[in-house]
Design a protein around this ligand. Sequence first.
Ligand SMILES: *Cc1c(COP(=O)(O)O)cnc(C)c1O
Ligand code: SF4
Length: 318
Amino acid sequence: MRAAFRRTGDLAEYLQLPDTAWQKGLAAAEDFPLFVPREFAAKMLRGDLTDPLLRQVLPIEQETVSVEGFTANPVGDHEATLTPGLLQKYHGRALMVTTGACAVHCRYCFRRHFPYGEGPKGIDAWSAALAAIHQDTSLHEILLSGGDPLTLTDGILGQLVENIAAARHIRRLRIHTRLPVMIPCRINDQLLTWLTGSRLKPFMVIHVNHPHELADDVAQALALLSEAQVPLLNQSVLLRGVNDDAETLIELSEKLLDLNVMPYYLHQLDRVQGAAHFEVSRAEGLRIVQTMRSRLPGYAIPRYVEEIAGDTSKRVIA
Ligand SMILES: *Cc1c(COP(=O)(O)O)cnc(C)c1O
Ligand code: SF4
């Protein structure tokens, strides 16, 4: 993470981008800085501002334009907070916001207005969340999210999982992370030890939007996880200029299946301020998913969903 690009100019130089094009986006990087691991940048095409990986992370001028309907808290996270750091929207599962830090800053992120700079917390910072988990026997699954939980050390994560596993009603542990894609060497023996070493049944949900993200280094990291019997799921966000065509998403599903990853969700963009230019209409999304369905087996089709604040599950569009 220390080696990652944190200044647009450095990334632009590395990718040989034309000067004026990226400079217009500098104002957008002020509130939500650029942050791009080298492993991810290495998969981008040189000199191409339309590269689908670059578009996910490059601050651009349009982010600073305010568009009606796009707000700072689009999915009702403040309302769903049980105790600080623990969100529950759906029956039986609760989500721990383990850290504000991520291994990449995705420009379309619905948490882009959250305090991202926040570093790792110790186990003590979670005492209220853990107490709530121990007390509520209707919970069967804990999701570790953030930010990205895998930006924390394995020592801290091991302690956290041990504490959660001591609550006998919890059966499953789900990790939501982009790290296997952003910094594949993060998947190491220490991580596999706590992930597979507890009583809890582990699941991992990765986040890949475009088939170019699934290069050999990522494939190797995913192979370590699947060899360790960790079921792998993928979620994508439907993004204008990144993956808003059926051919791209068909190729993505094919590649995911090659790597033992089941396509899980295709999310309609959350309407967060600064991300309006990424939006694909539901009608267009539906057409894309229908084309996918005409070409792939049923298990290769992610559920196309949107998040409506107050609903009892993600809402299935198709
Ligand atoms: C999306 C989400 C989940 C997970 O939903 P699943 O349908 O189980 O994948 C859980 N908690 C919160 C707060 C969520 O936003
Ligand atoms: S990794 Fe996830 S939480 Fe972090 S910036 Fe990207 S979309 Fe947001």
